[in-house]
Design a binder for this molecule. Sequence first.
Ligand code: PLP
Length: 436
Amino acid sequence: MTDETEADLTGATPRRRPKPSADKVGDRKLKPSTMMMGHGYDPMLSEGSLKPPIFLTSTFVFPNAAAGKRHFEGVTGKRPGGADGLVYSRFNGPNQEILEDRLGIWEGAEDALAFSSGMSAIATLFLSMVKPGDTIVHSGPLYAATETLIARILGRFGVHWLDFPAGATREEIDAVLSKAASGNVALIYLESPANPTNALVDVEAVAASRDAIFKGASKPPIAIDNTFLGPLWAQPLKQGADIVVYSLTKYAGGHSDLVAGGVLGSKEHINTIRLMRNTIGTICDPNTAWMLLRSLETLELRMSRAGENAAKVCAFLRGHEKVEHVGYLGFLEEGSRQADIYNRHCTGAGSTFSLYLKGGEKEAFAFLDALKIAKLAVSLGGTETLASHPAGMTHLSVPDARKQALGITDNLVRISIGVEDADDLIADFEEALKAV
Ligand SMILES: *Cc1c(COP(=O)(O)O)cnc(C)c1O
């Protein structure tokens, strides 16, 4: 509202703003799944259209010259408060802004940004935070393209990195952070659970270690890739992370029909990242934003069903004579450190897991080729069940020693369970195991 008063004083006519949508009924604060249907969109600004139209435009008309000047005063820092409203589609658009408002709600984040892919989100985050000579401390392993980005691409620009294993204890994390603290640590970057080991990162321990070792302005933010469990089963801002990163291609998009990314966090961090996104144009397009709005309406339904299905399928697989081991977060050994992290950080075991068959590549391929419902494809988090062979596909180029260390053996099959009927899926796996 202060914006509008200010605009009136400068003679600029502000654009009409959406009527704020309800986030409460009486004293009751509404749940994210309810807010996904309307939050951040006022139908009366779009001819009463129940759903937001897709705004296919590269630029936006100013109501008058003073409003145009006012906008650029905000962009250039001549007026406090930053950019105001819409001006050019590399910066933002109505569909993306509604999406960002809704994305943040799931984790109670102050602000959010949408990107053209998970990797463009991660790359934009890194570019906005690091400079030559800085160090990124990260958990390992990371999504392969993220590791490439840190070591091989940022490395070319003089950025250093140090890592600790995803399941590391407080002492192990302390040791790596203390070592890194002799230089300038720009960012602590986590991914939990790690793929394909499923090892969970103790975010609380990382935050406590960071706070003990770094003081004041030298304190690096903690960012975490929450693609595998978020936003339904893990909300790492609650455990002390500052920034949450998503490949929205996976569970958030959820229908295997789009590629997108997201970043959530405080207004301060998000504004730093937004400046980089505005410069390089890694925002998602309006059509993808619209599809994601549709996806978010069913996010809880889809993830809940997929999680229930995975629990049933894993219970079946665990007891099967041709199965060596099922790496599923629902089966952590009681009293173990991983189970302790799980109990403090997670509200569900997800629907992506590792299936180790008895045998090797021959057995794994026979199983994969016999599946009738599950599709043979990489990726995860869609409505349909997918299965893949990491050693021969996503991780083919990983050196053998590292593959062994990560448990990427020839008998490993990665499975992402969808929202089909659980008993149909079990029948599919039962028949395919007969072919092994
Ligand atoms: C898929 C994925 C990414 C990359 O996301 P894209 O949308 O494919 O760019 C990053 N992190 C994790 C954990 C992923 O699964």
